[in-house]
Design a protein around this ligand. Structure first.
Ligand code: HEC
Length: 172
């Protein structure tokens, strides 16, 4: 199933601008990277995958790192128990796998930048998993920052409206 909507056209326009359009036909992509006999259920589209799988897991990671200062004083957000760290490590695993889910034929917008951002998501998730396993706050915070930069980079390339929505939400 090929989804062609305004987002796809925007993505194509961006790729043309970047000179990345060569060799990005989805048909070619499935030949070398995916066995054509294998079928994936991609009826959850990219938008739903974002809202239902990736964003909830990422929000838990971001809400579990750093510090806040409020009326009651200075509060650390990091997990304080083994179970707490195990829980955020599991959320990071969801982020790792979300990278793979986005790269699947049926979801992937192309075989170039999209794949790189998808891999970047998985890499940031692995860093967060490792930091959570080691209960290393500094590394966990850095992994969260890296994750955020992957989200915004992909949105900038494929759906810039999303980034302005993020900024709007943060301003509220
Ligand atoms: C590989 C590219 C890519 C990456 C990486 C990515 N996104 Fe997205 N995201 C998209 C695209 C494309 C859309 C627009 C989908 C649509 O509207 O069809 C989107 C839409 C969204 C939306 C709006 C969903 C809705 O209901 O309208 C949210 C929220 C979101 N992304 C969160 C995230 C977060 C959080 C991350 C990082 C942890 C992330 N995304 C990483 C491509 C990406």
């Amino acid at each position: 199933m090929t989804r062609l909507n305004s987002h796809s056209f925007k993505a194509i326009a961006v790729l043309l601008l970047l000179g990345l359009a060569a060799c990005s036909a989805p048909e070619e992509a499935s030949e070398n990277s995916v066995d054509s006999k294998v079928s994936y259920n991609t009826s959850i589209d990219v938008k739903e995958l974002m809202a239902l799988v990736l964003e909830p897991a990422s929000d838990i990671l971001w809400d579990s790192g750093g510090w806040v200062v409020d009326a009651s004083g200075y509060e650390e957000l990091y997990p304080t128990t083994d179970d707490g760290w195990a829980y955020v490590r599991a959320q990071a695993a969801i982020v790792v796998e979300a990278g793979n889910m986005l790269a699947l034929p049926g979801r992937s917008e192309d075989n170039d930048a999209w794949q790189i951002y998808s891999e970047g998501l998985s890499s940031a998730g692995i860093l967060a998993m490792e930091a959570a396993a080691a209960q290393n706050k500094e590394d966990f915070f850095q992994a969260g920052a890296q994750l955020y930069s992957v989200c915004t980079a992909c949105h900038q390339a494929y759906n810039p409206d999303i980034n302005s929505r993020f900024v709007d939400e943060e301003a509220d």
